[in-house]
Design a binder for this molecule. Sequence first.
Ligand code: BES
Ligand code: MN
Ligand code: ZN
Length: 496
Amino acid sequence: MVDVIFAENIDFKSADVFVLVADETGKSFISDKLKMLFGAEISKGISDECKELAYGKIKSFDVIVDGKMRGIIIAGAGSRNKFSRASFEKLGGYIFSKIKSSDAEICVLSNCESANHESMMAYLASGMMLKNWTFDKYKSEKTPEKLKKIACKTGYIQFNKEVFAGLLKIVDGVHTVREMVTEPANVMDPDKLLEEAKALKKLGIKITVLDKKDMEKQGMNALLGVAKGSDKPAYVIAMEYKSDETKPSVALVGKGLTFDSGGLCLKPAKGMGEMKGDMTGAAVVIGALKTLALQQAKVNVVGVIGVVENMISGSAQKPGDIVVAMSGKTIEVDNTDAEGRLVLADVLWYTKQKYAPEIMIDFATLTGAIQVALGHEFAGLFSNSDKLCDDLQKSATTVGEKLWRLPLHQSYEDDIKSDIADIKNVGSGRGAGSITAALFLKHFVDPDAKWAHIDIAATEWDSKERALSQKGATGFGVRLMNDFICNVCSKNGGRK
Ligand code: BES
Ligand code: MN
Ligand code: ZN
């Protein structure tokens, strides 16, 4: 655990590393107290280093201050009129990477706060905490955490404390997602995922579980078809957090494939292991609800996840099979590896029937094609509502989890026409795989309710370290949903 404190008077002499944030003007900003500690030569050196330090650039060097070797890190924060939560959280991530290898106590200093930017220190610390996550539970030898304390010098102590306390609850939700996604599929199986959802009960979230029998009663044959090849149970889990029913009702729907082998349309061995992360959509829904409940946010949310394993066996679903979805539509299963949309078809329909939300947003690692289109930077956004897209984009900008809208256009519809059923689960053409997948989902949502589908197949995981995450699971989506639900849709009356 790293202790983060905010104070006006910091004991500079205890610091092993000084972090100084510089805006683009490059003017010297070292306080008089610090100048005394550093001495004229180092202070001048720092001022020189600050010149032309672009946003995100980090300079570091070791100096002897007060008889002890210490690190100085200078981080470029860019232009003052572009200071934002997203830019400071990201900067916090960069800084954290830099200090990870150094020792114990850290001092974070800044002159970057001003009347318009009071909570910059909280954002910086939040970014550092977001980045501060590793998964070593299966390593016999753990790397001990050296960093013990981050002391932030600020003139707005109480304000930053409060903002940071809120942000820490979001960090908790993000880390929960990373944890769940990184667990291997032999651990994070449907029962374990159910356990994770049930753990939300203690936060005041109501849990309803549909097992196989319940799903049969509901006619969820599209979902159950996917589950046929697995020895493990399948579930639909609903999580209700309704602390203010006057707020717009939002449903978050998640794809929870605890493993996707592809089914009989088996995936190639190389990279198949990554499919333990095919439950990320469900994890994001759990993480977002956890975050909201921890903050005791006054919102009206239900999360619904479809939890299944896509495997092969003598009873597995076969290409060419036809299933009758809960909505009554018939689906030709042309490819058993396009299973996520089959699961979501029933979960989306069920959510609409049971909860009639005003806004429905699904998170799914739905298509490999989204990586081809957008890489790891942007998640794919599909929606039947311009207003919902605008609102989601506001949150995307605030938190720095980027979305790019792609066409949910009827002209691709022919691609998923089936000769012998209402629709089929893959496109005939070679292109636009993410779009045809989204269009497939559109068949199972209420045309009058606002709906967005967010394809996170490429943003949920990266083989490289990112600003706010180590390589591996990112937890993309929790911060986005937290902002959207707490700030955008609850405050501006997302109904319009
Ligand atoms: N879970 C995969 C999508 C995926 C791919 C997620 C790579 C993360 C990384 C999904 O179920 C799938 O297999 N989609 C197929 C669809 C195809 C059969 C039309 C795909 O993308 O190849
Ligand atoms: Mn698949
Ligand atoms: Zn899948």
